[in-house]
Design a protein around this ligand. Structure first.
Ligand code: MLC
Ligand code: AMP
Length: 522
């Protein structure tokens, strides 16, 4: 049996820094020892020698404890289910229930938010203290065996929005995560002496695998920057201690705005500092060409844009050494099988970097060791997502002069805002449960900074309690209580009816057109 390699740092890295958080540097030894202890703790509490695929949900702010917990769950044989600190209770509990978590782990005030959920479900809640570097339950045995965790076991479930209602759990094995990591270590030439500034959320693949697991597999270090703040991020980038940065386009757009607002001397310092980095990557959403160009102008960096998806890990990337072409996502990464297929007919239009039908756009399909195994407990949706072993991404692209260019998603119901994938259907289904809403349609409207902004057109229920004009003001806080912050509509419109075709189906492009006039947010 091949065992997982995700949490076995070689002995020669022992004294190297793995994680820097809250001003404290933690070595690989520290990480190994503490995750071992926490794994023993999890096993002792469950009175088993192997968690054997039990799902363990964990909620904490980005930092050392997050990494210790992730490794501990893996080392004890469990499946890690990261929860998002920004999520309201309804979203957290949905994930806890859908993943059918057998235990929950929380750190600090953030983590204590799920203690009640554990009690209600009769599952253990492990509290991790957040004291710098510490936080292990005292008096537990350090010694004792840990299970041998095979690489083909499931390692993680990440929740992603789809075209149907609530998010689905994407299950990846240790081997699939290893393949994802290997491909990026190779393509982007990760080095032991690298240090990444980490500002991304830790419930999605970008923040977890690209920006955390990759450096930890390279013997490099991860410096957590806290929740994203443009000024603080510039200062860290300019500190001379950082060599790698990865972010979504919205973050680069926000950094550019902060730079524009800064004084001349600060600008020069920030530009010089960022210019000295080895690598700056953008992904998760389309990087606008003006952002690419402006970034190059002020830092000298041609941002390396790449394309990925929770289900496939990373698929395409501009070259590390060769030309990074704005508006494109480059070529297939090492180990990735990728082709373009004409919708409907199944004709292959491009295979890897070979254009079979030059200029014709099609759907990206992917296969390879990094592709996920299944949607958690959704066999039909899993089967529908593959054809002949190829995963159907739903993304449209064209291969031009050897570079892939993304054209958008095939579904109008999947939006991307701030790098987050959002299901219009999920928001619509929720809104329709509000007593004052008869019907609604949710769309994405283009936005320079956010990629898309979420907009909702609502038909008020006749005879609703108060005036329809004030409905958005009432819906906004109501939605915020129930959905993640990034799923809350930022533009609202009350309408008498929605644009429909002859079959009474709502026409989303016509709904988008209704928002052409800027509206006052609630
Ligand atoms: C927030 N705001 C928005 C918004 N989100 N406005 C429009 N559209 C949105 N989506 C508003 C808020 O109401 C607030 O306004 C102000 O913007 C600041 O909000 P915030 O939440 O404090 O923003 P911030 O913390 O700065 O977050 C922005 C961000 C964050 C870009 C840092 O969205 C983020 O971390 N995104 C990363 C997502 C990610 O990691 N995706 C990867 C998925 S994996 P006010 O008026 O209240 O101040 C994947 C695969 C792959 O995609 O390829 O990688
Ligand atoms: P997620 O499901 O959150 O993993 O988001 C994956 C989706 O993000 C992909 O299917 C694409 O639609 C989009 N995406 C990722 N990277 C890029 C990129 N560089 N350009 C455009 N879209 C991207």
């Amino acid at each position: 049996m091949t065992v997982s390699s995700l949490f076995h740092p070689p002995r020669e890295w022992s004294a190297r820094t793995a994680v820097i958080a809250d001003g404290v540097a933690h070595t690989y030894d520290d990480l190994a020892a503490r995750s071992r202890l926490r794994a023993r703790h999890l096993l002792a509490e469950a009175a088993v020698s192997d968690l054997d695929g039990a799902r363990v949900g964990f909620l904490m702010e980005p930092g050392f404890q997050y990494v210790v917990t992730q490794w501990a769950i893996w080392r004890a044989g469990g499946i890690a289910v990261p929860l998002c600190p920004d999520h309201p209770a309804r979203e957290l509990e949905y994930v806890i229930d859908d993943a059918d978590c057998a235990a929950l782990i929380g750190a600090g005030d953030t983590g204590r938010r799920i203690e009640g959920a554990a009690q209600e479900r009769g599952i253990p809640f492990h509290e991790v203290a957040t004291a710098k570097g510490g936080g292990l339950a005292p008096g537990l045995p350090d010694a004792g065996p840990l299970p041998r965790v095979g690489a083909d076991r499931p390692a993680m479930i990440l929740y992603t929005s789809g075209t149907t209602g609530r998010p689905k759990g994407v299950v990846t094995t240790h081997r699939q995560i290893e393949a994802h990591i290997r491909s990026l270590l190779d393509a982007w030439e990760w080095e032991r002496d690298d240090r990444i500034l980490h500002v991304l959320p830790l419930h999605h693949t970008h923040g977890i695998v690209n920006a955390l697991c990759c450096p930890l597999q390279a013997g490099a270090s991860v410096a957590f920057g806290g929740s994203f703040d443009p000024g603080a991020t510039w200062e860290r980038l300019a500190s001379g201690e950082i060599s790698v940065f990865m972010a979504v386009p919205t973050i680069y757009a926000k950094l550019l705005r902060a730079w524009d607002a800064a004084a001349g001397a600060t600008r020069s310092r920030w530009s010089r500092g960022a210019g000295a980095l080895r690598l700056m990557v953008s992904g998760s959403a389309a990087l606008p060409v003006p952002v690419f160009e402006r970034w190059e102008e002020i830092t000298g960096h041609r941002l390396l844009e790449r394309y990925g998806m929770t289900e496939i890990g990373m698929g395409l990337s501009n070259p590390y050494d060769g030309e990074r072409r704005p508006g494109t996502v480059g070529q297939p990464l090492p180990g990735v099988g990728l082709r373009l297929v004409r919708p409907g007919t199944g004709a292959v239009l491009a295979d890897g970097v070979e254009a079979l039908e030059p200029g014709e756009s099609g759907e990206i399909q992917v296969r390879g060791q990094m592709v996920f195994s299944e949607y958690w407990r959704r066999p039909e949706e899993t089967a529908a997502a593959f054809r002949d072993g190829w995963f159907l991404t739903g993304d449209e692209a064209v291969l031009e002069d050897g570079y892939y260019r993304l054209l958008g998603r095939r579904s109008v119901d999947i939006l991307k805002s701030g790098g987050y994938k959002i299901s219009a259907i999920e928001i619509e289904e929720l809104l329709r449960t509000h007593p004052d809403v008869r019907d609604c349609a949710v769309v994405g409207i283009p936005d320079e900074d956010w990629g898309e902004r979420i907009a909702a057109a609502v038909i008020p229920e006749p005879g609703a309690e108060s005036a329809p004009e004030t409905l958005p003001e009432r819906l906004d806080p109501w939605v915020r209580e129930r959905l993640a912050r990034y799923k809350v509509p930022r533009a609202w419109l009350c309408v008498g009816d929605l644009p429909r075709n002859a079959m009474a189906k709502v026409q989303k492009p016509a709904v988008q057109a209704l928002f052409d006039v800027p509206r006052r947010p609630p």
